[in-house]
Design a protein around this ligand. Structure first.
Ligand SMILES: [Zn+2]
Length: 429
């Protein structure tokens, strides 16, 4: 039998091993910051199957080890990193779960519990992939490296300085490519958006609503200008709000950046969300006393392609606000105040990168039908690694990540393991 077929067969034959391990990991709570116990279980499992394991912690107390588990090549080949994370989001008091969050229940199709889909299937899938390669006696010239990282969930900085990002910076030689094993509905995720949250304050001038006519028609009362009496901050805010809606539309539909136009759709490669820019008003506050609205405070959340730097996007937003303000006499004198409150990096890999084709081909070989490159909407370890190792995201369909009734489909993950093994055998051969 062809080696690839042998590996695929091995994975099918070891379904129960896969389920047992995933159940075991789900039953060990590992909220971000408390990853130690689950990592020790992963280490023990890998060592019991004959793999070398290195632990590296980057927190001050050394209680949050990242793990690196290697299936060594014979030398000279390319190194493939398979990345996953072992921390989970919390279970909140009062949540009602159909299966207890740490039950690890298995109904013959799905494994249930916190972390089952985000991201303990990933740990389990990579370990099974390494075992399949080893136990089928697959010889590769490059290393296949598993990384089980801590601190993925909280934010970009945690990923960069405590988890996956710190790991890839510390290890030499660097892997040549990385598959981030997160649920991607079997599409090849080549970018996740960056996020910029900002506030906007637009000042008007309060006055009694009965005096509004003097703001609108001031000369009838011998007032030189309406703004001497009052300025409706909502009306002024609408100028800015509309300008930001227009910027969003233009960047998402008309903006040509290196041939990638707007949302990135193309007849032969529907690339969901790639290139999309959204600038969403998420809160508006103002008024409340019996007056013209004296000021408006807005909160925005912008998501944008990692093709843009944060400085570029912030600059575009600032200049749009300023240009719109310049069209209005009052706003020219009283410019809106913008403050950035949070920023998250995404990642971006050119869809022509060989890694993208590698995973697409592996998917085609295993699943018998093509997949395509696609955007992936959430933050992930690629955000913290892509500047060191080129990354794509590839994984199964999951349910209930970050909410109740989280569960992971066993057949879907086994098929994903086959794709990882196939990609590794092609890349590291
Ligand atoms: Zn998550």
């Amino acid at each position: 039998m062809d080696k690839k077929q042998q590996v695929i067969r091995w994975l099918e034959d070891h379904r129960q091993d896969y389920v047992d391990l995933l159940q075991k990991l789900v039953r060990i709570p590992s909220f971000s910051g408390n990853e130690y116990n689950v990592q020790m279980a992963v280490k023990e499992y890998a060592e019991s199957h004959g793999f070398a394991v290195e632990a590296m912690a980057f927190d001050e107390e050394g209680k949050r080890p990242n793990l690196r588990i290697t299936y060594p090549g014979t030398g000279g080949g390319k190194r493939l990193l398979l990345d996953c994370h072992c921390d989970t989001v919390p279970v909140e008091p009062g949540e009602t779960w159909e299966h207890e969050p740490f039950s690890g229940d298995y109904d013959g199709e799905w494994v249930y519990g916190r972390g089952s889909t985000d991201n303990k299937w990933g740990i389990t899938a990579i370990l099974m992939t390494l075992r399949a390669l080893k136990e089928c006696g697959v010889t590769l010239s490059g290393d296949v490296i598993m990384q089980s990282a801590v601190g993925e969930e909280p934010n970009c900085d945690s990923r960069r300085y405590l988890g996956a990002g710190a790991m890839v910076r510390a290890i030499e030689p660097k892997p040549d490519a990385c598959i981030v094993c997160e649920g991607s509905i079997k599409k090849v995720g080549t970018e996740t958006p960056r996020n910029l949250k900002f506030s906007l304050k637009i000042e008007g001038k309060g006055c009694h609503p009965c005096s509004r006519r003097q703001c609108v028609f001031p000369q009838n009362d011998g007032i030189p200008s309406g703004s001497a009496k009052g300025v409706d901050a909502l009306q002024k805010a609408m100028i800015i709000i509309d300008a930001l809606y227009r910027l969003e539309r233009e960047l998402s539909t008309d903006y040509n950046r290196g041939g990638l136009v707007g949302t990135g759709g193309a007849a032969d490669a529907p690339r969901d969300t790639i290139g999309a820019v959204t600038i969403t008003p998420i809160e508006i506050k103002g008024g409340g006393v019996n007056s013209l609205i004296p000021s408006v405070a807005l909160q925005y959340s912008a998501h944008y392609s990692a093709q843009f730097t944060r400085e570029e996007m912030e600059g575009l937003i600032r200049s749009t606000i300023q240009n719109a303000a310049n069209t209005d006499l009052w706003l020219r004198e009283h410019p809106p105040v913008m403050e950035v409150s949070a920023a998250n990096d995404g990642f971006y890999t050119d869809i022509r990168h060989p890694l993208v084709e590698l995973v697409k081909q592996a998917h085609l070989q295993v699943c018998g039908e093509p997949t395509n490159a696609s955007g992936w909407p959430a933050g992930c370890n690629a955000d913290a690694m892509n500047d060191v190792v080129p990354c794509v995201v590839y994984g199964p369909t999951g349910e209930g990540a970050h909410t109740v009734n989280e569960r992971s489909n066993v057949q879907d993950v086994l098929d994903t393991c086959k794709v990882y093994a196939t990609a590794a055998m092609d890349f590291c051969k």
